[in-house]
Design a binder for this molecule. Structure first.
Ligand code: AMP
Length: 188
């Protein structure tokens, strides 16, 4: 099954994606992780996106769509993909629909994790201590939230219109959120 885990930065998409990989054998396709890997490897792409990412801005649609396209065979072989942090714009969502349509494996569900803003900031601060991500600063996080509200939130009506959007309460423990997600995924 192909699903999108959707929500603002700090909502728990990465954590929950990793659990789904462990429990269901699907592949996590996280463009943020791919871009960080490109930076760590010192590739041309990594150098091109470094400043944009550290500011909290979005890299171009072309870049992330190409990264996703490269991994779709692997996802098909695994029987499913969890799209995490992608799509983030309507253009990305349209491109993804086009790519998956060609493969006859559309997105079946879009799970939207709902977490209030104070909790998002608290989680970001905790992650800053644990992982030391360059974009987990108050200033970059503010930009990321603004980009989410200005560009990514438009995907809510996009997926609602397709009848795929399911809201899940993202508050509480990792286990509690995982159980809510499992319930949604196991519903027909
Ligand atoms: P994330 O790990 O998903 O929070 O992504 C970290 C950063 O990578 C974002 O703040 C963006 O700069 C960039 N990024 C990741 N995914 C995308 C995407 N789908 N579209 C544009 N930029 C992205």
């Amino acid at each position: 099954m192909n699903i999108v885990l959707f929500g603002p930065p700090g909502a728990g998409k990465g954590t929950q994606s990793k659990r789904l990989v462990a429990e269901r054998g699907w592949v996590q396709l996280a463009t943020g992780d791919m871009l960080r890997a490109a930076r760590a490897a010192g590739t041309e792409l990594g150098k091109r996106v470094a400043d944009i990412m550290d500011r909290g801005d979005l890299v171009s649609d072309e870049i992330v769509i190409a990264l996703i396209e490269e991994r779709l065979d692997e996802a098909a072989a695994a029987g499913g993909a969890i799209f995490d942090g992608f799509p983030r714009t309507v253009a990305q969502a349209e491109a993804l629909d086009g790519l998956l349509e060609g493969r006859r494996a559309p997105i079946e569900k879009v799970v939207r994790l709902i977490v209030d803003q104070d909790e998002l900031v608290a989680r970001m601060q905790k992650r800053a201590e644990e992982e030391g991500r360059a974009d987990d600063t108050v200033e970059a996080f503010r930009v990321r939230l603004k980009n989410y509200n200005d560009q990514t939130a438009a995907l809510i009506p996009y997926y609602q219109a397709q009848g795929k959007l399911v809201d899940v309460d993202g508050a509480g423990s990792m286990d509690a959120v995982a159980a809510r997600i499992a319930e949604v995924l196991d519903q027909e």
